[in-house]
Design a protein around this ligand. Structure first.
Ligand code: RB5
Length: 149
């Protein structure tokens, strides 16, 4: 599994925590910034991560900003992206099982690094369960005008 990861200036600390987690889990990643220290615009980071996941260059993505909201809104504009904004472990598991979410968004001004790490670990380790959820995802894909998921 290869992860594309990015944050804006509001999410640098949690991004660094998640990079440490990815190293510990031996998961390959592409870190798309930002460097921090100055104010940046979250779409400039969300869209490249979403494009890498949608194109198949990366399997899944992780995005962090102040709230996670801007990142999730931007990422979900890209066809094929199912970005879940998550701030609890239950939802991290549920969105993989039910939604096959391919990007995780979190907000550094909402949760601390310890919870963010647990959320990311759960999200990375949980597989999509398919079954009854297939039809629901197909309806989203069809709405996007895609023929493949
Ligand atoms: C940046 O100030 C902030 O707006 C951004 O990190 C994010 O919370 C947007 O949704």
């Amino acid at each position: 599994m290869k992860i594309a990861i990015a944050s804006d200036h509001g999410g640098v600390n949690i991004r660094k925590e998640i990079l440490r987690l990815l190293d510990e889990m031996n998961i390959e990643y592409e870190d798309l910034g930002c460097e921090g220290g100055c104010s940046v615009d979250y779409p400039d980071y969300a869209l490249p991560v979403a494009e890498k996941v949608a194109s198949g260059e990366c399997d899944r993505g992780i995005l962090i900003c102040g709230t996670g909201i801007g990142m999730s809104i931007a990422a979900n504009k890209v066809n094929g992206i199912r970005c879940a904004l998550v701030h609890d472990v239950f939802s991290a598991k549920a969105t993989r099982l039910h939604n096959d979410s391919n990007i995780l968004a979190m907000g550094e001004r909402v949760i601390g690094p310890g919870l963010a790490r647990e959320i990311a670990k759960t999200w990375l380790e949980t597989e999509y369960e398919g079954g009854r959820h297939e039809n629901r995802l197909r309806k989203i894909t069809e709405y996007e005008g895609n023929t493949q998921q």
